[in-house]
Design a protein around this ligand. Structure first.
Ligand code: ADP
Ligand code: MG
Length: 451
């Protein structure tokens, strides 16, 4: 048996022992990279999968390989981003999706080292509708005449409505003309500032940020309450503004609604152009879905698209998440998807208020999905394969059950509320950065809302 056949045979067996979602999540894009002297190197696409296979599925994998090849003594996992040479039958089913995801990862890798911009956020891929046309028009003007029309440009609006996309679109357009553009989050600005203080690098910090031509800071609201950082940012702001260097900021709310923002910064922010992004209307949501569907090179019935657009109304990131879930499910079913199926898949989005979730159900679903014991989920074990599910459970209690941070902490053996906040932030970050993980949470939520 050659390596490919061996792996395929092993996967066929492993698949029978896991839920479909788990199998897909952890085993796609895996293959045998080499086999020598009884040591099998299994290639996995990323560190997250590596850890997971090592810690959780190693015994299944070992047994499945050993049963077929008596020579196998040990398994090692290596991270390789190459495509499998021969795809297993299952993998072939996901072939299309895999290539999309590889491309996504590729794009993420492409985040420019100097500007921190992600090239996928462009004006071309930004759908304009009544909810964002003003912000879009202002962004276009700034991209045409940086530093001269609106300075600063301050874009605000709720989560997942396109602020980052729009800010980066300006950045990408200007960077293509070589304009000394830098994009960063206010948290990153803060942490660079703090480490500059610690490492006596404050002069070079000042120097760096005062030489920039276009400074884009995302989620500026997080600077609130950090006095020294605000002070430093105030001076950076003034230095750039005096030289007609463009400053672009985003926030989840207007300056006057950011508590503990220093008055002088507030008035600077309000001295330029303030534009908000609102909730997209139905037509815009449909247009966005159609754009994404085209990008992904798939097709969906009109009524399915309309149903997705009706199901998610207040967050474009979630709208995309719902679309991804429908597409993934259609791949699992030979590319078939009709309205009934789509409704079922997205039922968790619609029936939210009708059926409150209980703690019991939530703990059950999460521990089932990750195949750990409920006791472990609620316990104190710090192993990663327990910690991640625990953080997921905390996150879902917050998001789906609207529990308070302290009460969540209590459920998990009296943890401090800051630990819970940290957990929720981590999960949100991971979801933003990792498509697979987002999908995984989609599957979990679906189970949460099904009977
Ligand atoms: P925010 O920064 O406001 O939280 P993002 O800019 O990260 O939101 O947008 C969330 C997701 O929705 C991104 O994938 C983005 O590309 C997409 N998106 C938002 N607005 C639009 C739009 N008008 N057209 C196309 N995609 C959009
Ligand atoms: Mg953002």
């Amino acid at each position: 048996m050659n390596e490919q056949d061996l792996w395929q045979a092993a996967l066929n067996e492993i698949e029978l022992q896991l839920s479909r979602a788990n199998f897909v999540t952890w085993f796609k894009n895996t293959y045998i990279a080499s086999k020598k002297g009884g040591v099998v190197h299994v290639a996995v696409p990323n560190a997250f999968s590596k850890e997971w296979l090592e810690n959780k599925y190693n015994k299944y994998i070992f047994k499945a390989l050993r049963d077929r090849d008596g020579e196998v003594k040990e398994i090692k996992y290596v991270i390789e981003n190459k495509k499998p040479l021969v795809q297993t039958a299952k993998a072939q089913e996901y072939k299309h999706r895999d290539s999309e995801e590889t491309q996504l990862q590729f794009e993420e890798l492409q985040v420019d080292k100097e500007t921190n911009l992600n090239p996928k956020y462009t004006f071309e891929s930004f759908v304009v509708g009544p909810s964002n046309e003003l912000a879009h028009a202002a962004a276009i003007s700034v991209a045409k005449k940086p530093g001269l029309v609106y300075n600063p440009l301050f874009v605000y609006g709720g989560v997942g409505l396109g602020k980052t996309h729009l800010l980066q679109a300006v950045g990408n357009r200007l960077a293509s003309k070589d304009k000394g553009v830098v994009y960063l989050s206010s948290e990153r600005f803060t942490s660079e500032f703090i480490s500059a203080i610690q490492n006596h690098g404050i002069e070079s910090f000042k120097d760096k940020y005062r030489k920039i031509n276009v400074l884009i800071i995302d989620d500026i609201q997080f600077i609130a309450g950090k006095e020294q950082t605000q002070e430093e940012f105030f001076h950076t702001f003034n230095a750039l503004h005096e030289q007609n260097k463009q400053i672009i900021l985003s926030s989840d709310r207007p300056p006057k609604a950011i508590p503990t923002l220093e008055e002088r910064l507030r008035s600077r922010f309000e001295g330029g152009m303030l534009v908000d992004i609102g909730y997209p209307d139905y037509e815009t949501r449909v247009a966005i879905l159609k754009t994404k569907i085209k990008d992904k090179n798939v097709s969906l019935d009109k009524e399915v698209i309309n149903h997705i657009a009706t199901s998610v109304q207040r967050n474009i990131r979630e709208l995309e998440g719902a679309l991804n879930l429908v597409i993934a499910s259609s791949k699992l079913n030979n590319n078939e998807m009709d309205l009934e199926r789509a409704k079922k898949i997205l039922s968790h989005l619609n029936h939210r208020p009708a059926k409150p979730i209980t703690h019991k159900k939530l703990f059950q679903v999460v521990s089932n999905f990750y195949e750990i014991k409920e006791k472990e989920l609620l316990g104190k074990n710090r192993k990663r394969e327990i910690v991640v599910p625990r953080q997921v459970a905390m996150f879902l209690m917050r998001k789906e059950m609207k529990s308070s941070y302290p009460s969540i902490g209590q459920r998990f053996g009296g943890k401090d509320h800051t630990t819970v906040i940290h957990a929720c932030e981590k999960i949100e970050k991971e979801m933003r950065e990792n498509n697979d993980f987002e999908q995984e949470l989609g599957f979990i939520k679906q189970q949460l809302y099904s009977d």
